[in-house]
Design a protein around this ligand. Structure first.
Ligand code: PXP
Length: 238
């Protein structure tokens, strides 16, 4: 059975919109776990646009499943991870201007620094995953730098329309098979929703799916009815 890692970054995005304390991604993580999440994922971005250091520190103490910290492959972030010691670190490329993570990590282009960073994270007892495009060169490089997992960037598959979708799914299938041969464990994520995840689930071979946007989007819609009812009751009772 595959596992579900729930990404709670967007809860923090709403909090940061007002600069206050609610909604708290720590509370969201607890609710997600009670609802069946097998892991909690947060992305501590260098610009701290949503998740804050405080969130990761508290989550490390409160998460009952496992905590997956997504972060850029920089020495500053590696130092933070070694201090907090999440269960997993997923190294991702990061650009300041992007709305969300665009493209996978260029592992092949950064063999030396990544080898060193992964070694440090391993010494701290952290399992390391690399967020990569479904590309054989990047897989081989991921095995070379001694990553434990790769996370397949499913963005191109999710964004593909009509007849473009099948070849993107085939790339994911080939990546799962090639990773196994290279001794890499496989996660997947980005852009997955309640519909497009089905063909990927049918492939098998993925240990954990990391999903954020579609779950939080649905939570807003399915939760709106109750939220309005509670406020309406208060107001109308006055
Ligand atoms: N995996 C990684 C490495 C990501 O950067 C993201 C986006 O933060 C996700 C999974 C989740 O993507 P989505 O929010 O589209 O489900």
């Amino acid at each position: 059975m595959a596992k579900l890692g729930v990404n709670v970054d967007h809860i923090a995005t709403i909090r940061q919109a007002r600069g206050g304390t609610e909604p708290d991604p720590v509370s969201a993580a607890a609710i997600a776990e009670l609802a069946g999440a097998d892991g909690i994922t947060v992305h501590l971005r260098e610009d701290r646009r949503h998740i804050q250091d405080r969130d990761v520190m508290i989550l490390k103490r409160t998460v009952q499943t496992h905590l997956n910290l997504e972060m850029a492959a920089t020495d500053e972030m590696v130092a933070i991870a070694m201090k907090i010691v999440p269960d997993y670190v997923t190294l991702v490329p990061e650009k300041r201007q992007e709305l969300t993570t665009e493209g996978g990590l260029d592992v092949a282009g950064y063999i030396q620094p990544l080898t060193k960073q992964i070694e440090l994270l391993h010494q701290a007892g952290i399992t390391v995953s690399l967020f990569v495009d479904p590309d054989l060169e990047q897989l081989k490089a991921s095995a070379r730098v001694k990553a434990d997992f790769i996370e397949i960037h499913t963005g191109s598959y999710c964004g593909a329309k009509g007849h473009e979708k099948a070849p993107e799914l085939a790339k994911i299938e080939e990546t799962i098979k090639a990773s196994r041969k290279l001794g890499l464990r496989v996660n997947a994520g980005h852009g997955l929703n309640y519909r497009n995840i089905r063909p990927v689930l049918a492939l098998g071979g993925v240990e954990e799916y990391n999903i954020g946007h579609s779950i939080i989007s649905r939570a807003v819609l399915v939760g709106l009815d109750r939220a309005v009812r509670e406020m309406a009751e208060l107001v109308h009772r006055s």
